[in-house]
Design a protein around this ligand. Structure first.
Ligand code: DC
Length: 237
């Protein structure tokens, strides 16, 4: 038995390791990985660079015309999916502190969500996709064949994110990172358009005390339960 060309939706709170998990699953089971949060981050970066976002506020009237013609797309670079703005790889810039500060309110703008959703549907036309985000299983692909909702202890998430930022050389504190996570979780789950919710048919993955290997083994069990024994269940990781 092989896994059919399904769509796998991975949703959950900030810094629960959705993208790390989704990337590994994509590589283990030959899926295309798409990071929907990167699209919101790309719009935010473009808004900052154009001056539509500055000094703590977002000028929606200025942001929407900046966004409309943006050529944001994913490319496979040496086996990894990276976000490009035209010919420029912006994968690293979109993960910075400034973009993280503004991305949640930017992603709450309904026109931004509609624009991103349309792109995500276009990118997924070939099928066999694993996509992570906040509303993939509820709004973007409500008929996804497999939905996963990821969660982890708040303090563990803050520490993971802080370690990531420190590794990148960003100057911040654990308290600041924890406050930003709390704020984003609140905004993401309380906004009017497509708030973060667990889909009724989602499988919950709480990875507070799990290694990445254990997460992939959990996924293998889930896939085998759904599709029967896989032809080659040997894992790479
Ligand atoms: O997963 P992330 O932290 O890179 O996402 C960045 C922001 O984008 C996050 O604050 C919530 C928002 N987002 C969203 O609203 N819907 C999605 N499908 C993905 C991300």
């Amino acid at each position: 038995m092989t896994i059919p060309d399904i769509i796998i939706a991975v949703d959950g709170f900030s810094s629960t390791g959705k993208s790390t998990f989704a990337k590994l699953v994509a590589s283990e089971f030959s899926f295309l990985y798409l990071d929907s949060g990167a699209m919101y981050r790309g719009v935010t970066l473009a808004g900052l660079e154009a001056g539509a976002i500055a000094g703590g506020s977002i000028d929606e009237d200025a942001l929407l015309p900046v966004m409309a013609p943006l050529d944001l797309h994913f490319r496979n670079v040496e086996g990894a999916t990276k976000l490009f703005l035209g010919e420029r790889c912006i994968e690293s810039e979109i993960r910075g502190w400034e973009v993280s500060q503004y991305v949640s309110p930017v992603s709450a703008i309904p026109q931004v969500r509609a624009w991103v959703d349309e792109k995500l549907h276009k990118f997924s036309e070939g099928g066999r996709v694993i996509m992570d985000g906040r509303d993939i299983g509820t709004t973007v692909f409500p008929n996804a064949e497999l939905k996963i909702f990821m969660t982890a202890d708040e303090a563990v998430r803050a520490q993971r994110r802080y370690d990531e930022l420190v590794l990148k050389g960003e100057k911040t504190t654990l308290e600041e990172v924890a406050a930003n996570l709390k704020d984003r979780d609140y905004r993401d789950s309380h906004r009017e358009t497509s708030p973060l919710r667990q889909a009724a048919d989602a499988y919950v993955l709480d990875n507070t005390h799990m290694t990445l290997h254990e997460e992939v083994v959990w996924m293998l069990g889930l896939l085998q339960g759904k599709f029967g024994l896989l032809e080659s269940p040997g894992l790479k990781c």
